[in-house]
Design a protein around this ligand. Structure first.
Ligand code: SF4
Ligand code: SF4
Length: 167
């Protein structure tokens, strides 16, 4: 059976409007003296809580070599299938045998779960706390190897792993 909703009948007090006006003003005044939660972005930036997972970066060794060995463990662990790697033999004589000639992540598909960094045996991929990225096209939200290394250069003074990545 259908429910009949009665139309609202204003009371005498409602019709005076003044009490409702004062009630609204009281609420406004109450909040005027509370701690403000609004920030003036982009002049002020929100600092995400520890452990926040944002934009990825590809880490390097102190000598400038990329840590990634193109093993594709991150791509295999990724539930969104948004990591695409093209491996090639490493150009360096010592050290790792392979490196990624291409490393692309589709940020629109990524769910920022962090599985890629958990799966990485080389601590090569790491999620930073950068959250403010946007573009006008879908293609613009693919980040490539150059972009991931650029993010590393921007954030290299910070370690987002619980264990420092030089250990
Ligand atoms: S954060 Fe998750 S969804 Fe995004 S690339 Fe890594 S594993 Fe894939
Ligand atoms: S980022 Fe890590 S898991 Fe992914 S291919 Fe490179 S070394 Fe392997």
């Amino acid at each position: 059976m259908a429910t009949v909703v009665k139309s609202y009948e204003p009371t005498f007090r409602d019709k005076l409007y003044i009490p409702a006006l004062f009630q609204g003003l009281m609420l406004t005044f109450k909040h005027m003296f509370k701690k403000k939660v609004t920030i003036q972005y982009p002049d002020e930036k929100h600092v995400p809580p520890e452990g926040y997972r944002g934009l990825h970066r590809l880490n390097k060794y102190p000598d400038g070599r990329i840590r990634c060995v193109a093993c594709e463990m991150c791509a295999a662990a990724c539930p969104a299938h948004c990591i695409h790697i093209v491996p090639e033999p490493s150009p360096w004589e010592e050290g790792k045998e392979r490196y990624p000639v291409r490393f692309d992540i589709d940020l629109l598909r990524c769910i920022f779960c962090g599985f890629c960094e958990m799966a990485c045996p080389e601590k090569a991929i790491e999620l930073t706390e950068i959250y403010d990225f946007a573009d006008y096209s879908r293609e613009g939200l693919w980040i490539d190897k150059a972009g991931l290394l650029e993010i590393y250069e921007l954030t290299k003074t910070q370690n987002y792993y619980t264990v420092p990545n030089d250990e």
